[in-house]
Design a protein around this ligand. Structure first.
Ligand code: G3H
Length: 489
């Protein structure tokens, strides 16, 4: 077990002597099912949280601190030192990703490698940003030297489904742009930050990165209440984002960089290639058990292809392999949230009581903390599984005959991240594609929804996002354009 007692404040790895919170894995290490104790983390309190804020404020020092004024080349060097140290921790972090959140070995390795690549690409993009900033422009006799400057103190919170990658997709651009940061890891996927604490401490000047452990209301809320946070950076749910935003006494001044919920639909047209569509829908709905904001969370299938799709899709779902993350060929793994299976069961019960059926044989079977993905058909608007972001293994199928039906639903939805459109005649589809991009931010043709490649914009309309992430866009989200102007006189 890892009894993590350290936390990072103002360049110091402090030892916590108070209460700790146990961290369990829902994966059993015994034959008889029993969650495994992985270790513990400090249950830090308001005083430690305010120390961290103090560290970040001092390092920023109203824009005069060492970090925001540091030469770009030196800031880059710090980041390069960090990523070099991080690479040596791959094995430890990957192992913890598997145990803490139940992510399969290939996906855990991918999460680590993708994060390293994200940092390296961010460094390159930042160099380009700096080259662009070196140029002067002149309009109407006024010269300007326009660049991008930091925003101040960033409070950063990441999600449990990508506790490394998505947290760092916020933290790294925030740091490199000259902001100072306070970061609290997700509830599941928290111990995996332990191997990286020293790298944070030794790669950056003191106070640039502060790492806290504990509950959001105990550590994040008091920081927000001071009104001294300039940016709230969060990937997770809007309930947490709103609760924190509300704590800030001048929340209208707060910059929000938020990646939130989505209910991405698949729309399957009559001429869609059935095999390709089924494979993409399997990956789209059930990669990491559907615990992705980009997952396909509702499948609209045209009546003409519905019978074939339903039959073959349901069969394929039942052929997936369930097991521990490190086992070969495993696609479905234990759910990290202990009460998730009960929540999914609630969605199933509600749908069944309103007329849907489970169309795959294994659908809804329970074992340990797991529930086998249930393919539900026909799903209607009255059902909870249609309305809620399930974020788990359950697939609602909605039949349609007129394309206006899914389009109307999308227009009414609170979310607007991505859509997958399946159909053969892409030329004929182009007016529909034009409509869809005005409802969401990314249309995936004959492929499932996804965030990557990470150089592409990652954002959403309505309640799905505030700001745009991606290697390129995140540097802009965590900075502001500033310039010095002078006249030709
Ligand atoms: O939880 C949402 C993630 O951003 C999804 O990322 O599409 O790479 O799995 P992904």
């Amino acid at each position: 077990t890892i009894d993590q007692k350290k936390y990072l404040v103002n360049g110091e790895l402090k030892e916590w002597k108070g209460e700790t919170t146990a961290v369990y894995s829902t994966i059993s290490s015994t034959k008889e099912y029993k969650p495994t104790l992985l270790g513990s983390i400090p249950d830090l309190q308001e005083a430690e949280a305010l120390d961290a804020l103090d560290g970040a404020l001092k390092a920023y020092d109203k824009g005069q601190g060492v970090w925001p004024t540091m030469h770009v080349k030196d800031r880059i060097e710090c980041m390069e030192v960090f990523v070099k140290k991080m690479k040596t921790k791959r094995e430890e972090v990957v192992k913890l990703l598997m145990w803490e959140i139940g992510k399969s070995l290939p996906d855990s390795q991918k999460e680590f490698d993708r994060t390293v690549e994200y940092i390296e690409d961010t460094i390159e993009d930042y160099k380009q940003l700096d080259r662009d900033a070196a140029k002067f422009t002149k309009h109407d006799g006024v010269y300007a030297h326009i660049k991008r400057g930091p925003l101040g103190v960033v409070l950063c919170l990441g999600p449990y489904n990508y506790p490394l990658n998505e947290t760092f997709a916020l933290l790294i651009p925030a740091i490199i742009m000259g902001n100072t940061t306070i970061f609290k890891p997700a509830k599941h996927g928290v111990l995996l930050i332990t191997p990286l604490l020293e790298a944070f401490q030794t790669s950056f000047p003191k106070g640039v990165v502060n790492v806290l452990f504990g509950r959001g209301r105990t550590v994040a809320a008091p920081i927000m209440q001071t009104g001294k946070v300039d940016v709230l950076a969060l990937i997770g749910n809007s309930k947490s984002a709103n609760a924190l935003q509300d704590q800030h006494p001048k929340s209208n001044r707060l910059r929000l960089v938020l990646g939130l919920e989505a209910k991405n639909p698949a729309i399957i047209l009559p001429d869609a290639d059935l095999d390709l569509t089924i494979n993409e829908c399997l990956a789209g709905t059930l990669s990491f058990n559907g615990q992705r904001c980009t997952a396909l969370k509702v499948v609209y299938v045209h009546e003409d292809i519905r019978a074939d799709f339903n039959k073959n899709f349901a069969k394929k779902v039942d052929e997936l392999k369930f097991g521990n993350p490190w086992e070969d060929g495993v696609k479905l793994t234990p759910l990290p949230e202990p009460d998730k299976a009960a929540y999914i069961q609630g969605l199933i019960d509600d749908a069944l009581s309103k007329g849907a059926k489970i169309i795959n044989k294994k659908g809804g079977q329970h074992f340990d903390n797991y529930i086998w993905p249930a393919v539900l058909y026909p799903v209607t608007k009255e059902m909870r599984v249609y309305q809620e972001e399930q974020f788990g293994p359950i697939i609602p199928i909605v039949p349609f005959t007129d394309i206006e039906e899914p389009l109307d639903d999308m227009a009414e939805s609170n979310y607007g991240q991505q859509v997958s459109l399946f159909g053969k005649d892409v030329y004929a589809l182009s007016p529909l594609i034009d409509t869809l991009v005005n409802l969401v931010c990314r249309v995936n043709l004959n492929s499932s929804c996804q965030r990557g490649p990470d150089v592409y914009p990652f954002t959403g309309r309505k309640d799905s996002a505030q700001a745009t992430l991606s290697v390129h866009d995140a540097l802009r989200s965590f900075s502001i354009r500033t310039f010095v102007a002078f006249k030709d006189n």
